[in-house]
Structures are given as C-alpha cells and as structure tokens.
Design a protein around this ligand. Structure first.
Ligand code: NI
Length: 258
C-alpha cells in the first residue's frame, strides 16, 4: 500500500519554487495521499485549491494558534464555508502554542480553539490539533468536547496524556522528531499507542527527519519516520505503511472514497 502523509503544508511559501513538481512526483514515489492543513483563511483556501487540483491531496481548514491574532467573526465564517467543500476532511490545524512569546495571548488562543471545536461538533468533522508547550490546557479543552475526535499532530505530551486521549478515541501523529537523537518521550508514547491509532506526518516543509534534518521536508522523506516507528513497534516498515494508510482513511472519513 502507498504512504498516507496526514499533515503536510504544500500551500506554504517554502514550496513556491517547485510546488507542482513536488506534488506531481508524489504518487510515483509511493505517497498515495496527503492532507494539507491550513493555518489561516488564506492558507486554508490555498490548501483547498491544491486539493481541487490533485486527486491525491485533501485539505483541512482552520485558524492556527500562531496565526489567529486579530481574527474576527468573518474568519470563522470563512472557515465554516470552506468546510462544505467536498475535499475538506477536517478542521485544522487548530490548538494552542505557548512556545513563542509573540504569539497571541493564551486566553485568545483558547477562545479561538474552543470556537473551532464547537464548529467540529456542529459539522461533525474530525480536528487536527497543534499543541506546543501547552499540554495541560490542550487536554483540558478537548475534554470539554467529548464528541470531538481527531489527531494530536506531532504529539509531544507525556505517556499519561497520550493514554487519556487514546482512551477517548483520538489518534496520535508521529513526525520527523522521532528520528532525532534526543527523542525521549516518543518511544514511551509509541509503546503505549495501539497500532490502529498511529498516523505518520511530515509537517512539510518543517520537521525533516534524520538523515536530512536541516533540509526542506516533503512527503518523500516519510519512510524515515515509518521505519523508526516500525522498529519501535516490532513490525516491518511495509506493515507500518499499510496500517497508517488505513488509519488515515478512517480518521478522515475517506474509507471507500480515496
Ligand atoms: Ni503543521
């Protein structure tokens, strides 16, 4: 089975020089599906345009915590409208990012996050959650919405937090950082995560796995993440590819469609 990259930002400026060349090359390189999550209204629209252009690309739409500063009702309305598009499979990426001091205030990020989780309930869509240095608040807020399911992208919380999410039907995303030498918690999290709740992501153009760390990331480097995860789970890379493909289809409601 081909690879499903459940999180790649091909709408990003990092692909301005060769976006079409990279996206066109993916199927022949073994990458069968990609979900491109937007980070604001403009990039969400761009993600939808790529999904319209490429059969193997689907979009998610949402307001990212780093990019939500100053967002107004019209932005939420635009995201809600984009959700009606047939190739939009999730609301994302949304969440909390307390890492950068210049990010919007925590209370504002939380309000934007909650509003999009409410939208996910209303529209019955899964969500793609970005949680950086905000584990306690991210978990507490998603638990306020027991009907919402989705994926914690590039999960970096504790095994205890992972267990709480897994118990409630969430998926966990594994990315390039699991190949880094200092990956400390990731093996512990992988150990307690059932195979059927794992998805693999590039977060391209960011988070490039070893041995290409420092270069621009794209979905063709995802086998390095798959290999690492397969070793940790004691299965072959081919099995991991197949399982994460099926998981991605289930997570985004694409079974029987893609
Ligand atoms: Ni991302």
């Amino acid at each position: 089975m081909p690879i499903f990259d459940t999180h790649a930002h091909y709408d990003s400026g990092g692909f301005n020089a060769d976006r079409d060349a990279v996206l066109s090359a993916l199927p022949a390189a073994g990458v069968g599906l990609v979900v491109d999550p937007g980070c604001d209204v403009e990039s969400s629209r761009a993600a939808v345009s790529l999904a319209e252009k490429y059969a193997h690309v689907y979009a998610a739409v949402g307001l990212h915590p780093e990019d939500c500063g100053g967002c107004i009702d019209a932005d939420f309305d635009a995201i809600r409208e984009l959700c009606r598009h047939e190739k939009v499979v999730a609301i994302g990426e949304i969440g909390l990012d307390y890492y950068w001091a210049e990010n919007p205030p925590k209370e504002f990020q939380q309000a934007v996050f909650r509003r999009q989780l409410e939208m996910a309930v209303e529209l019955d869509l899964p969500v793609i959650v970005h949680d950086r240095e905000a584990h306690g608040d991210s978990l507490a807020i998603v638990l306020e919405y027991p009907k919402v399911r989705g994926v914690f992208h590039c999960f970096s919380g504790s095994p205890e937090m992972a267990a709480e999410l897994l118990k409630r039907g969430w998926y966990l995303g594994f990315d390039g950082p699991i190949t880094y030498k200092n990956a400390r918690r990731a093996p512990e999290v992988a150990a307690i995560t059932p195979l059927e709740r794992m998805v693999v992501e590039t977060d391209a153009p960011y988070l490039t796995p070893v041995p290409f760390r420092g270069k621009r990331n794209d979905s063709r480097y995802l086998p390095y993440v798959i290999e690492k995860l397969a070793v940790w789970k004691g299965i072959s890379p081919e099995e991991m590819t197949d399982i994460t493909w099926k998981n991605g289809l289930r997570l985004f409601g694409l079974e029987g469609k893609a």
